[in-house]
Design a protein. Structure first.
Lengths: 329, 263
């Protein structure tokens, strides 16, 4: 059984439109005008159990609408879908027992109460008995390092602490499938990394399927093997994260540091993006023109290389390249 | 059993949450006291002696204190909560849980309701004694049937407000509906007893649900008799049942049409 199966899934809703000006506002009172918006159009997607899938796209692409349909919160207007073998629209409460959600921009915790009270409440909602609740809260407290602030009112927590509590809350009922809608939004680098490690560990140890949307390329690169890119409600690309990078942006970033200032010779397919006093440089290498090994060799020949790292370009650049390529087609 | 337990836990946590808002509770007390004082002065100026439409001065002051008491008990803000949940998208969490949204919201409001019922009840009793003296003919044995009437009033009010709140699932602006409901309950029992309305309007008022939020329990309070109890409670129970059924039916229909944009 697949974790998620959708076929030609669509969601269309009506939106009111108003022209500019006072007269138009009065006209709209008498004769309101509506337009039909296709938030999601014909998405067919299969996700295997235990898979960690990145679902990415620009703002307004339809990511959140798609997730909300998978959770049974919104009803599709077209197509078919099955999540963990259940129909989200018809069996929402049954499905809710088996899935977890984190909407990074919203909170499921009670602001004026300590997180532990929200955990107690959620345990009751998910019909977990008291002894089991205590065991799971203890486990999550240790895993997420919540001990220091578990009894502090949520409103007094830092964003990082709150998000850790949010993710822990979504795991309390041990869901088989976790929907993470921008879970690291607004967090600093260190906390982001901690959250990613916790999610990866959950997937490794419990086989939890993870459906992730994020604007942070590092979330996708570090957590997921497969990425689905959507725009205007439809799938633009469904590929491995690695393929995404190699096919759509065959470029690598080389950061190099020298012991003494160096002048880097001009090479076809290589642009020196930045240089600080000749001791540091960032090279953008088009691997289709020049193999990365060749550039590394040339760099080492210039002498006195202290440090060298090779990075993939940011995911935003990759997405931008995909959209550019699709527009050309 | 676990299904019922979840709603009991929601109510318990909401009570804990309500207690956390001490300043809010205190400000409501102050507002309630000022409000009662202003209306007591108004009625004192109107009443010289005797009774108006069967209400003595003391009865009318106690009536007013009781309607406002119910108003404060009912003040859980469910309408604005639902509107805000839809606008902010926070409703996604509530709908996506293995609990019925309607009963979740009711249980979630119970904490504040119970706190108001107890805390504001004491204040109401003190204000009544100060401004009007003991209520003539009141006996402590009236409390159980009175509490039943108050409970039914709270249910009617909560579910009708929820019904209006549900309109936010499909309407961009539902403030007008709330405004109309507020004014109807205010005029048909909260501000004045139904007996003060023109005689042609009284049967109309008594056939509508709005009077059973404030007028019915307050009338029972100031002039309790078993006959009045038997006349009013079934009607309150009927409207309570109607409001719950309407909410459940409308919820089923409107949740299918819910639109949530952004994040």
């Amino acid at each position: 059984m697949k974790a998620i199966e959708t076929k030609d899934l669509g969601k269309t809703y009506r939106a009111r439109v108003k022209a500019e000006g006072l007269a138009a506002s009065f006209r709209a009172l008498v004769r309101p005008q509506w337009i039909s918006v296709d938030a999601v159009r014909g998405i067919s997607l299969n996700v295997e159990q235990g898979e960690m899938l990145a679902f990415i796209g620009p703002n307004g692409a339809g990511k959140s609408t798609f997730i909300k349909m998978l959770c049974g919160i919104l009803y599709p207007t077209a197509g078919e879908l099955s999540v963990l073998g259940l129909s989200p629209a018809r069996e929402r409460r049954k499905l809710a027992m088996r899935i977890g959600t984190v909407f990074g921009q919203k909170s499921q915790l009670w602001l004026h109460l300590p997180a532990v009270d929200s955990f107690t409440l959620l345990a009751a909602i998910y019909e977990i008995d008291n002894a089991e609740c205590r065991r799971r809260v203890a486990e999550l407290t240790e895993l997420f390092g919540l001990g220091e602030f578990l009894h502090t009112p949520v409103r007094k927590l830092s964003l990082g602490q709150r998000i850790r509590c949010e993710v822990a809350a979504s795991l309390l009922h041990e869901p088989e499938l976790l929907f993470l809608d921008e879970p690291t939004i607004g967090l600093d680098v260190v906390v982001k990394q901690a959250i990613r490690e916790l999610i990866a560990r959950r997937n490794r140890e419990h086989g939890t399927t993870v459906f992730l949307t994020s604007h942070d390329p590092a979330d996708i690169e570090q957590l997921c093997r497969r990425a689905v890119v959507i725009d205007h409600g439809g799938i633009v690309l469904d590929a491995s994260v690695e393929r995404l990078k190699s096919d759509y942006l065959g470029k690598k970033l080389i950061d190099v540091r020298f012991g003494t200032p160096q002048r880097i010779p001009a090479l076809p397919g290589v642009t020196v993006s930045s240089e600080s006093g000749g001791q540091k440089a960032t090279l953008t290498v088009d691997t289709a023109v020049r193999p990365i090994g060749d550039v590394m060799e040339r760099l080492s020949m210039t002498g006195n290389v202290l440090d060298i790292t090779i990075n993939n370009p940011p995911m935003e650049d990759i997405i931008a390249a995909i959209f550019q390529k699709e527009a050309v087609r | 059993m676990k299904k019922l337990r979840k709603y009991a836990v929601i109510a318990r946590v909401s009570l804990k949450n309500a207690v956390a808002y001490k300043a809010s509770l205190f400000s409501r007390f102050v507002f309630y006291t000022v409000f009662i004082y202003v209306f007591v002065m108004l009625w004192r100026a109107i009443y010289k002696e005797g009774s108006v439409n069967g209400y003595s001065y003391a009865q009318l002051i106690w009536y007013l204190i009781f309607t406002e008491y119910i108003g404060f008990c009912c003040g859980t803000g469910i309408f604005s909560t639902m509107n805000e949940d839809v606008k902010s998208g926070a409703i996604a969490y509530l709908i996506g849980r293995p609990a019925h949204y309607v009963f979740y919201q009711f249980a979630n409001s119970l904490g504040l309701l119970l706190l108001n019922l107890c805390a504001c009840g004491l204040l109401a009793a003190v204000l009544g004694l100060v401004f009007a003296g003991p209520l003539p003919g009141f006996h402590i044995s009236v409390l159980p049937p009175l509490l039943l009437s108050v409970a039914l009033a709270v249910v009617i009010n909560f579910f009708f407000l929820m019904l209006i709140g549900l309109s936010s699932f499909v309407m961009e602006d539902n403030g007008a509906l709330f405004f109309i409901y507020q004014k109807l309950t205010f005029m048909l029992g909260m501000f004045l007893p139904v007996e003060f309305l023109p005689s042609w309007l009284q049967p109309v008022a008594k056939s509508l649900p709005f009077s059973y939020v404030y007028w019915a329990p307050s009338r029972l309070f100031v002039d309790y008799s078993p006959a009045l109890f038997r006349a009013l409670i079934p009607r309150q129970a009927l409207w309570a049942a109607v409001s719950v059924v309407l909410v459940l039916l409308c919820y089923r229909g409107s949740v299918r049409r819910l639109q949530l944009n952004g994040g």
